[in-house]
Design a protein around this ligand. Structure first.
Ligand code: 6PG
Length: 478
């Protein structure tokens, strides 16, 4: 047994991760359900480092140094359980099974509990950065026991991305499902970021009247400022791309129906369970869903409404500058909502997640990496109990400075009939938090009227009910 780590499941993510370990000087045992893939990996990339190919599960386990560290890189769900069932009986107390897939954190909690009985550490690890990240350095979000991190952490720190200041983009997030939970919220924020950028594009196209190439240029400029991020950067690339077959902008020949594999949807489902308002993320998930309902869209194509008319010249450029403000302000809101959800999950499950550390490990490698995350980290480092990102003085000042333009952009979108669900949800969230009084008082009155659900008063303690079908006097119910 010579391998410090093993990877089973050699599809692209698995083989790239195995290569990343090998390229960083680790000896890696590699295994796949069909041995041909293992052979192909070693043939093609064997020169990159030390691989130990294993044909059977038994050989694979035998190749690993103890305590064994074994990474599963198969499809989330039943395939992961099947691999665990295959390997767990071959392992010994103290060994560590690592699930690097996009697992649901509740599955991770269950698996961790079951394997703990056997003395095996089960570590659910969120890995972000796509295929390239897996190979060159992803952002890694490990859950599981502190003991497992002591054994695994140094390896992950070696292969992970590094932030600009050299810090590895990984750290122990918290026990059992904490890593996969944080990865789930990462993906929710990813959906929101992408939708906000898409709305900004739509406005620049329809209201500013910019061409895709011009918008690519605009995004490149924005990428030099406070919006500096991987997603803005690749957006410019996509928009600048021309379709070879037709010579048209690539973005005009791709079908406008966005797909999803589920992690963004999980974020919203869990947010509903936790009672956390992640309205921007939710609108991003729904926007993908609306785009995919082709029959519904076709049946609605003749509905009345304005057709956008584009601005031109200086007015167009002034509008584009406002869109940057709206995008930035909405982005602050998405991260505020996402971090709220992480805090709520951490409280619910007793994980003790350090929000500043999460912001720190998202600074490199992952899809949502951005200069902005440095600022979020600083805000939580300065005040670990910060109740909301919007309570940070710097973010509050910036969003305050952006709000006039944010409102102007939304006004224009509404006037011209351009859907901006994520921009609008973000501004409504901001205004709801600012509001001195919300109409929730009326909601409470309605609930009390039809269901005697009771309400609290602003001026006295206690719980009350009005006798709506009687003389409308008020009774105390507690
Ligand atoms: C990442 C990505 C990655 C993937 C998701 C989202 O962090 O590397 O989030 O996990 O892109 O599966 O994909 P969908 O858009 O298909 O849900």
């Amino acid at each position: 047994s010579t391998a410090q780590i093993g990877v089973t499941g050699l599809a692209v993510m698995g083989s790239n991760l195995a290569r990343n370990f090998a390229r960083n000087g680790f000896t890696v045992a590699v295994h796949n359900r069909t041995a041909a893939k293992t052979k192909a990996l070693v043939e093609e990339f064997g020169h990159e480092g030390a691989f130990v190919p294993a044909e059977t599960a038994r050989e694979f386990v035998a190749a690993l140094e103890r305590p064994r560290r074994l990474i599963i890189m198969v499809k989330a769900g039943e395939p992961t359980d099947a691999v665990i069932r295959e390997f767990a009986p071959l392992l010994e107390p103290g060994d560590v099974i690592i699930d690097g897939g996009n697992a649901h954190f509740e599955d991770t909690r269950r698996r961790e509990r079951e394997l703990r009985e056997q003395g095996i550490h089960f570590v659910g690890v969120g890995i972000s950065g796509g295929e390239e990240g897996a190979l060159l350095g992803p952002s890694i979000m490990p859950g599981g026991s502190a003991e497992s991190y002591a054994s695994l952490g140094p390896l992950l720190e070696k292969i992970s991305a590094k932030a600009a200041d050299g810090t590895p983009c990984t750290s122990h997030v918290g026990p059992d499902g904490a890593g996969h939970f944080v990865k789930m919220v990462h993906n929710g924020i990813e959906y929101a970021d992408m939708q906000l950028i898409a709305e900004a594009y739509h406005l620049l196209r329809e209201v500013a009247g910019y061409s895709p190439a011009r918008i690519a240029q605009t995004f490149r400029t924005w990428n030099e400022g406070r919006l500096d991020s991987y997603l803005i950067e690749i957006t410019a690339e996509v928009l600048a791309h021309t379709d070879a077959a037709t010579g048209r902008p690539y973005v005009d020949v791709v079908a406008d129906a966005a797909e999803q594999k589920g992690t963004g949807r999980w974020t919203v489902q869990i947010a509903l369970d936790l009672g956390v308002p992640v309205s921007g993320i939710a609108e991003a998930v729904f926007a993908r869903s609306v785009s995919g309902h082709s029959a519904l869209r076709a049946a609605s194509a003749d509905l009345a409404g304005p057709r956008p008319t584009a601005l031109s010249g200086e007015a167009a450029d002034a509008f584009a500058a406002r869109v940057e403000q709206a995008l930035y302000a909405s982005k602050i809101v998405s991260y505020t909502q996402g971090f709220h959800q992480i805090r709520a999950g951490s409280d619910e499950y007793g994980w003790g997640v350090d929000l500043g550390a999460v912001a720190s490990l998202w600074r490199g490698g992952c899809i949502i990496r951005a200069a902005f995350l440095d600022r979020i980290r600083a805000a939580y480092d300065a005040r670990p109990d910060l109740p909301s990102l919007l309570a940070d003085a710097d973010f509050a000042r910036e969003i305050g400075a952006a709000q006039d333009d944010w409102r102007a952009v939304l006004g224009e979108a509404v006037r011209q009939g351009i859907p901006v669900p994520a921009f609008a949800a973000s501004l409504s969230y901001y205004d709801a938090l600012r509001a001195e009084r919300l109409p929730a008082a009326l909601t409470q009155g309605q609930r009390d009227f039809f269901g005697a659900h009771t309400y609290r008063r602003t001026d006295r303690e206690g719980s009350y009910h009005t006798l709506w079908s009687g003389d409308r006097s008020e009774v105390r119910t507690d």
